[in-house]
Design a binder for this molecule. Structure first.
Ligand SMILES: [Fe+2]
Length: 238
């Protein structure tokens, strides 16, 4: 299976039809043009979009923390924010496992592009993402939350991650391109764990924050490895 990027005839650019491109870009660009803005720099459909935003309400809600089986309910200044962000990381780690599963299939399809030890390392990272999912679920339960409930942040990153999952599962995406998708996911993961640790400490849950810091150290290793692999395979792809 040849997974390299090739140069072939591509008709998506305007250079394939310069005369039509000129008429498309010619002024005046009226309100039929998707990027036309008025003298305040606003798009033609801004009023309509603003109406949607004001009418739409919110992306769900955070479930009330329950006191059961001796669980301590979340405390701190804004406990609902911490619960929301815990639900958010939980949803993203789930997506992370699915992304690694799909990436490992790409590795098999690409034959010997990666060394056996590198594929084993990716499988190890996949298992760590699954452990992070469990870690977050237990932290949510410890704080009196319901790890099966979808929080607004969980809803949001579920939709965000759908694009990553779609790109990763595109059978035409090369191994280098698939590693690039995984690298993007790890960038989000690292930044988001940092914020979650900050929120957890601010809420007074030092022991949980310490467990999260161990997860962040693993995520940092994922990021470094993915960056090296993306660089190497992209250069060899070229
Ligand atoms: Fe990761």
């Amino acid at each position: 299976m040849d997974m390299r990027t090739r140069m072939r005839h591509n008709r998506t650019g305007t250079q394939t039809a310069p005369a039509k491109a000129a008429s498309m870009l010619a002024p005046p660009c009226d309100d039929r043009c998707a990027f036309a803005t008025d003298n305040r720099g606003e798009l033609a459909d801004t009023p309509l979009r603003k109406t949607y935003c004001s009418d739409a309400g919110r992306l769900g809600s955070v479930p009330l923390a329950a006191r059961r089986n001796g669980a301590s309910s979340s405390r701190g200044r804004r406990p609902h924010l911490l619960m929301d962000k815990l639900g958010e990381r939980l949803a993203f780690e789930r997506t992370g496992v699915r992304l690694y599963d799909a990436l490992l299939i790409k590795c098999k399809a690409a034959g010997s592009a990666l060394q056996h030890s590198e594929i084993s390392m990716l499988r190890y990272f996949r298992d760590q993402e699954a452990q992070h999912f469990e870690l977050l679920a237990s932290a949510l339960e410890e704080l009196g939350g319901d790890s099966t409930a979808q929080t607004p942040g969980g809803d949001l990153v579920g939709v965000e991650g759908a694009g990553l999952v779609q790109a990763m599962n595109d059978p035409r995406a090369s191994l280098a391109q698939s590693l690039h998708v995984m690298f993007d996911a790890e960038l989000i993961d690292n930044a988001s764990w940092e914020l979650l640790i900050h929120l957890t400490r601010s809420a007074g849950h030092a022991a949980i924050a310490e467990r999260f810091e161990a997860a962040l150290r693993q995520e940092a290793a994922h990021l470094r490895t993915l960056k090296d692999l993306v660089t190497r395979l992209t250069l060899s792809d070229a």
